[in-house]
Design a protein around this ligand. Structure first.
Ligand SMILES: [Fe+2]
Ligand SMILES: [Fe+2]
Length: 194
């Protein structure tokens, strides 16, 4: 499937807010890929498809991942929104014909991040956060840091997620904590080596 066919198909599959958000993530991911020397086509592809699994909610999401043989963690079962990366990865492969493992990984991990993300995974994680439709306290700083220092931006994004989750009083996925700690350790190592 060409990216234009994917865009046309996706437009029919998801609601218009989610579709516009996906277009924005695609454009933002492209800008970040140019800044950091990542593959532009892969960044666009992962960006447009990152939320393609978002239609499946609650019990439907639980059933979906069970059917594809994913062993969901307790936190994910209780907070099924966390499953849309897994579902998205599956749909990207089966419905949109994506075979590139980097693109699939970026879709899979975009919600929580994980320790030791590759460049494309980092770009999609951040693009999802800073795309133009997003508005919250600190977003301007986040947008600036995104183009200056990817690692610092990840710390900023994951801390913002953690604060939001604590405020809401819902479950926190351990991968979000790992994402934050891992990037923070890289920054500390880097500073010690100067
Ligand atoms: Fe998402
Ligand atoms: Fe998203």
């Amino acid at each position: 499937m060409t990216i234009n066919t994917i865009i046309d198909t996706l437009k029919r599959e998801i609601d218009s807010y989610r579709f516009n958000h996906s277009l924005n993530v695609m454009e933002t991911a492209e800008a970040l890929a140019r800044q950091y020397g990542a593959d532009i086509h892969k960044a666009r592809l992962a960006g447009i498809l990152h939320d393609c699994g978002k239609n499946y909610k609650g019990e439907e999401a639980r059933r979906f991942v069970k059917r594809i043989g994913y062993q969901a963690e307790e936190v994910e079962i209780r907070q099924p929104k966390l499953l849309h990366g897994i579902i998205g990865e599956y749909l990207a492969k089966e419905m949109y014909g994506v075979t590139d493992e980097e693109v699939l990984g970026a879709i899979r991990w975009h919600t929580t991040g994980k320790a030791g993300m590759n460049l494309l995974e980092k770009i999609i994680y951040i693009a999802d956060y800073i795309e133009p439709l997003r508005s919250f306290d600190g977003i301007e700083t986040m947008r600036r840091i995104a183009f200056e220092d990817l690692e610092r931006c990840i710390v900023y994004c994951s801390e913002s997620t953690i604060k939001f989750i604590l405020k809401k009083g819902v479950l926190l996925h351990k991968n979000t904590v790992d994402t934050r700690n891992y990037s923070l350790m890289l920054i500390k190592d880097r500073n010690e080596n100067i």
